[in-house]
Design a protein around this ligand. Structure first.
Ligand code: HEC
Ligand code: HEC
Length: 260
């Protein structure tokens, strides 16, 4: 009896797979096709029809920051990513989420989205003509009036980046997770100030204007406090940059990825 039990234990050890089993291992091609259908239904509006990104991350990458393994990929769908625009999908059951994950993994094996221009040249324009470091931080350089762009290529795809530069109010006002960048117009009897709200309580509000200067007001002193959702502090670059410069800056932003 004892020998038998030992033998079984040894056998079990030998046949045990070397790699921990992934829930995606059992998916068939039909399951993955269904995952693609579900992806187009639920995810494409943010991640792009082919997953190359938009308002949501570019998923055509071998390594995903929030989803290093298959379990965490399924978890990201169930729970979302708090503090970002990635919502939780309670409507997908486990089987469906597993299928979508299977499809997302196939994307990681595709080529990344092609850049429209030259990222190196774009880096120069970003710093000079663009004047972007006045409002954005990349790898510790610049001012943090707008969101940090260090790994913006992980988060956003080509179309969204282009729209962000040409019509920021339109592209970005719809981006969830950007309540932090609420633009407000404060009017007192001395005039008005536009700025990003950095703090607000029942009695006071603080904003930072485009020059980086922080203004603090008592609400009692305000004639009007207007939240300007449709307005972005970010300038429109369609007139400032020519087509080639624009393509190069976009390529530079696409290249800012954590896996490169
Ligand atoms: C309303 C827009 C929106 C929808 C819909 C959406 N996502 Fe996202 N998703 C985002 C955003 C924005 C991020 C980026 C979070 C960040 O890095 O700041 C993200 C991030 C992710 C990530 C993490 C990527 C990484 O770099 O680790 C995965 C995976 C993901 N989404 C999968 C999905 C899947 C699968 C669906 C459909 C079931 C979906 N998303 C639907 C907006 C969306
Ligand atoms: C005067 C300040 C200012 C300047 C200059 C500026 N931006 Fe912005 N940018 C912002 C703010 C603020 C936001 C946040 C959303 C909003 O309010 O529109 C933003 C958002 C963005 C986004 C969207 C990021 C995301 O994750 O959704 C990108 C991309 C971007 N800026 C790129 C650039 C580039 C490239 C330049 C230079 C060509 C530039 N910005 C110049 C203020 C600025």
């Amino acid at each position: 009896m004892k020998i038998q039990a030992t033998l079984i234990a040894i056998l079990a050890f030998i046949v045990m797979p070397a790699r921990a089993q992934s829930p995606l291992d059992t998916l068939t091609e039909a399951d993955i096709a269904d995952g693609k259908r579900l992806f187009r239904l639920h995810c494409a509006r943010c991640h792009g029809i082919d997953g190359a990104g938009g308002e949501g991350s570019n998923l055509v990458r071998a390594k995903l920051k929030y989803a290093p393994d298959d379990e965490s990929l399924i978890e990201v769908m169930g729970e979302g990513i708090p503090g970002t625009g990635m919502p939780a999908f309670w409507t997908l059951d486990e089987k469906q989420a597993t299928r979508v994950a299977g499809y997302v993994r196939t994307l990681g094996r595709l080529e990344a989205e092609e850049m429209p221009g030259d990222p190196l040249r774009g880096a120069g324009i970003y710093r000079t003509t663009g004047g972007c470091p006045a409002c954005h931080i990349i790898a510790g350089h610049g001012k943090g009036i707008g969101p940090e762009l260090t790994f913006v290529g992980d988060r956003r795809g080509l179309d969204y980046l282009r729209r962000s530069l040409i019509d920021p109010a339109d592209a970005q006002s719809q981006t969830m997770g950007y309540q932090d960048y609420l633009t407000v117009r404060l009017t007192t009897d001395e005039g008005s100030v536009d700025g990003l709200r950095i703090n607000e309580d029942a009695f006071s509000i603080q904003v930072r204007d485009v020059g980086g200067v922080v203004h603090s007001f008592r609400k009692d002193d305000l004639i009007e406090l207007k939240k300007v959702f449709a307005h972005s502090l970010m300038p429109e670059y369609g007139q400032v940059l020519n087509e080639r410069d624009m393509d190069d800056v976009i390529s530079y932003l696409m290249s800012l990825r954590s896996d490169q």
